[in-house]
Ligand binder design. Structure first.
Ligand code: PRP
Length: 206
């Protein structure tokens, strides 16, 4: 049976619908309950509902064979998995943003708030820019408003969170979307099933 790690929430539901439409449906998935595991012995699949930021951890450690995860999480975790397919959904951008009217002083250490510590470090290392990172776990936009940091590094989808908090994008530096990933050992030993799923998913992509 192939173990599939799905991110809990809207993206996971969308991916489940894609997989169900190509024959990997699973009874009970849409029942309103707190179950985290759904399986279909006939279809040979088991779905594991995990926190979006944990999908790559389950796959890397072989608790799941394959998974669906945002490129932002893959970049941040530097996960040792195979990235097999860009699903072209869950699209957004990784960006630097700051309050309207902010002007950077290049002589001072830049204070950066983010959930994506590694992504931010790598981005500024390439620019040789001295930074101090404040790691937050959500509502990142508050940090520069309160003067906790100068800028944020975060994902921007519609841009409305930035707009409604009087922040502006300074630089967008990475396109993000959902990726189909596989555990390296599973890819070797479950290759037939994973390759079949990969091909069928590929045909679904718009
Ligand atoms: C994400 C991100 C931004 C927002 C961007 O936050 O951190 O705050 O979405 O989307 P937008 O451009 O469409 O407004 P999320 O909703 O995950 O909540 P969080 O603040 O708890 O991280």
């Amino acid at each position: 049976m192939l173990n599939i790690a799905l991110p809990k929430g809207r993206l996971g539901d969308k991916v489940y619908d894609m997989l169900a439409s190509i024959g990997y449906d699973c009874p009970g998935y849409y029942e309103q309950n707190r179950k985290l595991v759904f399986e279909s012995p006939e279809k040979n699949v088991r779905y594991l509902l995990v926190k979006p930021s944990d999908v790559a951890i389950y796959v890397e450690h072989h608790a799941a064979d394959v998974g669906i995860v945002g490129k932002d999480i893959l970049m941040e975790n530097k996960s040792d998995v195979y990235e097999l397919l860009d699903l072209n959904i869950g699209k957004c951008r990784m960006a630097v943003a700051a309050p309207e009217g902010y002007v950077e002083d290049p002589d001072r250490t830049l204070r950066v708030a983010t959930k994506y510590v590694n992504v931010a470090k790598d981005f500024y290392a390439k620019k040789n820019r001295d930074i101090q990172i404040i790691k937050l776990n959500g509502s990142i936009e508050l940090a520069p408003i309160l003067g906790l940091t100068d800028v944020i590094v975060d994902i921007v989808e519609t841009g409305s969170t930035l707009r409604e908090n009087n922040l502006k994008v300074i630089e967008e530096f990475q396109d993000i979307s959902a990726r189909f990933i596989a555990n390296k050992t599973s890819f070797k030993f479950e290759n037939e099933m994973i390759s079949k799923m990969l091909k069928e998913l590929g045909e679904q992509i718009k």
